[in-house]
Design a protein. Structure first.
Length: 245
């Protein structure tokens, strides 16, 4: 294992640079800095990195693999028992993982179908009955901006129907939208479409104000088009890490 103090210094330097980028993007867009939340995507990195980021003031972490995230959250809780992080599922999620993911995730950002919503709602209901969970699950609808089924996401044409469904299944709280800019496309144009979708969504669901968009390479364009949450891994943690077993 590398020296924790050296790793903390490395993370602190990356975090400071990242915060400067976010602040500059907010200023350029005429927005307040506190309008944009940072989710540190710690996938493939060990629990110690998440704990060190918590020491540095990071409050939200994202994972994209259920089988890694549950044990990692438990390990972070042991490393930092007095620190409460908010954990986000940001990767594609299969229905058969619903019961597992609701035991560690505070928010699922990748809901893209009614069947997945139903599976999550059922899993939350069971977890609350058994005492494994106290609160409803916050969810974002992952929107497809390129209609590529391999990348996941709800087609824009189906967004309203899925949003209505989410608000009626119980045990889920619709918080807004998430999207990934299409590969090889202009991210600014993609995020502009996402912004328009968010405006339409809020006409019927005013509490669904979250717009999760923007990663290491395109967070400036996302913030310019109204993102309230950027999901950053590489620019913060560096290249692919080796997660704890």
């Amino acid at each position: 294992m590398s020296d924790p103090e050296a790793r903390k210094a490395e993370l602190a330097k990356s975090l400071a640079a990242l915060q400067e980028r976010i602040a500059a993007a907010c200023a350029a867009a005429g927005r307040a800095r506190d309008e944009v939340r940072l989710v540190a995507v710690t996938k493939t990195f060990p629990a110690l990195d998440a704990a060190l980021l918590a020491d540095l003031g990071v409050t939200d972490v994202g994972e994209n693999r259920d089988q890694d995230a549950g044990p990692k959250r438990a390990e972070v809780a042991e490393l930092r028992p007095e620190t409460a992080l908010r954990w986000h599922m940001v990767g594609r999620l299969q229905r058969n993982k619903a019961r597992s993911v609701v035991r560690w995730a505070d928010e699922v950002q990748s809901v893209d179908s009614e069947r997945l919503a139903d599976a999550l709602a059922k899993a939350v209901h069971v977890a609350r009955d058994t005492g494994d969970r106290e609160h409803p699950l916050d969810v974002l609808i992952q929107v497809s901006l390129d209609d590529d089924p391999a990348r996941g996401g709800c087609p824009l044409a189906d967004l309203g129907r899925l949003a209505d469904h989410l608000t009626h299944v119980g045990d889920l709280r619709l918080r807004g939208l998430m999207a990934v800019a299409p590969l090889g496309a202009d991210p600014a144009e993609a995020f502009a479409r996402l912004a328009r979708a968010g405006e339409r969504l809020r006409e019927d669901h005013p509490n669904a104000a979250e717009v999760s968009a923007g990663m290491s390479h395109d967070l400036e364009q996302a913030i310019a088009h109204g993102s309230t949450c950027v999901r950053v891994g590489t620019a913060l943690l560096g290249g692919r890490g080796l997660a704890s077993p």
